[in-house]
Design a protein around this ligand. Structure first.
Ligand SMILES: [Zn+2]
Length: 429
């Protein structure tokens, strides 16, 4: 029968950690453990007990059983791990075995094709990049040349622009200067015409012994215009030119009509409108038979031509063939309305030297007709009709001027302010 030994400080349970410095009795032989001397020295109260060997055996058995249980657990774990490893190997083997050669070849073919496609894509991309690079290099070279050319053009344009600006400034200054001259001249001309008008009023009122002769030359500038101007300039004679750009072209000779228009004006003469075409006979192109619009256009064209070449707008009109002839073909009201709208008065003549192509008198007859007609009607203010393309007219005119002066007349230019505009009637024709 076993009894529990009381716990003392000299004895420790097997499972309990032994304090440091205490002797390990587990390794002692039974003889050493049973030595009374030793045991007495360590524990004087302890006495030998006949049940002691059985207790130690039980503890050894318990330790052995515990070790066996631990070992069994370890073995179980190892067995489980081995099972898992085997299962994994089996699965991998299955996967390996299940990948058939056909599938493998097919997969290899797919991958090879995919690789080829990728290579092809890369090659195409490289070609595209090379082309783009080449294009950029080309553009760069081109833009360099174009840029250089553009810079040169810009520089040239800038220089030209500066030149043009300088020229423009000079022209503007010149234009202002000429505009001043024109304005001043127009003002002087208005003043001059006003003085003539005041003289006319005195003459008509019988307050002056002076008489005025308005000698007019139609259809020019023509062959004799320059010579007539020379004579007028030398003799202080002023006349009136009813100019027509296209009249009697065949009889005008090769003359510079614009230059003659300017000289007529510069010498203080009056330059007025006699239509552009001067076509008044009963043939196709007649400026009257084609209606009022045709007539108006012929007046307007001549107006522009004179203004362009003299700087003065004409404002007196003479009908080709005379006003009576025109009124036969277009109502008088329409004709005068058209002229008024264009800024014109109109005038015929009192005396006519009849120097036209049909009669073409010699100089003596021109002279005689001019002086005789004046004497017959003895007007205080007379308008004489002639043409400056006829050489006989020129010589007759040169002879007539001093003779008419001897009758008390002075030769003046006819302006629209003149009394003669509204008071002249045809006495000879
Ligand atoms: Zn005429």
């Amino acid at each position: 029968m076993e009894t529990e030994r009381p716990e003392t400080g000299a004895e420790f349970p097997e499972e309990t950690a032994r304090p440091e410095g205490t002797p390990d009795t587990a390794g002692l032989s039974p003889a050493e453990e049973e030595s009374p001397k030793k045991n007495t020295a360590r524990d004087p109260d302890r006495r030998p007990h006949k049940k002691r060997p059985n207790g130690k055996k039980r503890r050894r058995d318990a330790r052995r059983k515990a070790a066996d249980r631990t070992m069994a657990a370890v073995n179980a774990v190892l067995l489980l791990l081995t099972g898992i490893a085997l299962a994994l190997c089996g699965w991998a083997g299955y996967r390996y075995v299940s990948f058939s050669p056909e599938t493998y070849d097919s997969r290899v073919a797919e991958l090879t094709a995919e690789t080829d496609r990728v290579r092809e894509d890369i090659r195409a991309l490289e070609e595209s990049l090379e082309e783009e690079n080449e294009r950029l290099r080309s553009d760069l070279a081109l833009s360099g040349e174009e840029g250089k050319r553009a810079a040169e053009e810009l520089s040239a344009a800038k220089a030209e622009n500066e030149t043009l600006l300088e020229e423009n400034a000079a022209l503007k200054e010149r234009a202002e200067f000429l505009s001043d001259i024109r304005n001043n001249t127009t003002a002087l001309r208005e003043e001059y015409a006003g003085k003539i008008r005041r003289l006319e009023d005195k003459i008509v009122a019988g307050e002056s012994d002076v008489k005025i002769c308005y000698w007019s030359f139609d259809d020019g500038p023509g062959l004799m215009t320059s010579a007539i101007l020379d004579f007028c300039e030398e003799n202080g004679v002023y006349v009136t030119f009813f100019a027509s750009r296209e009249a009697n072209e065949t009889g005008q000779g090769d003359v510079d009509e614009p230059a003659l228009l300017r000289r007529e004006t510069m010498l203080g003469n009056s330059v007025q409108n006699h239509t552009n075409s001067h076509q008044y006979s009963r043939i196709a192109g007649n400026l009257y038979t084609q209606g009022i619009d045709s007539f108006r256009e012929q007046v307007r064209l001549q107006d522009e031509w004179i203004l362009e070449n003299t700087g003065f707008k004409p404002d007196i009109f003479r009908f080709p063939g005379g006003s009576a002839w025109a009124y036969n073909l277009i109502p008088k009201e329409e004709l005068l309305g058209a002229l008024d709208a264009l800024g014109y008065k109109h005038v015929d003549w009192a005396c006519d030297v009849m120097d036209n192509l049909h009669s073409n008198p010699d100089a003596g007859i021109v002279y005689t007709r001019a002086t005789w007609q004046i004497k017959q009607i003895d007007p205080p203010i007379a308008i004489i009709l002639s043409h400056d393309w006829n050489i006989n007219t020129y010589y007759g005119f040169m002879r007539a001027v001093p003779a008419i002066r001897d009758m008390g007349y002075i030769f003046l230019p006819l302006f629209s302010q003149s009394w003669a505009i509204d008071n002249t009637v045809i006495r000879f024709s």
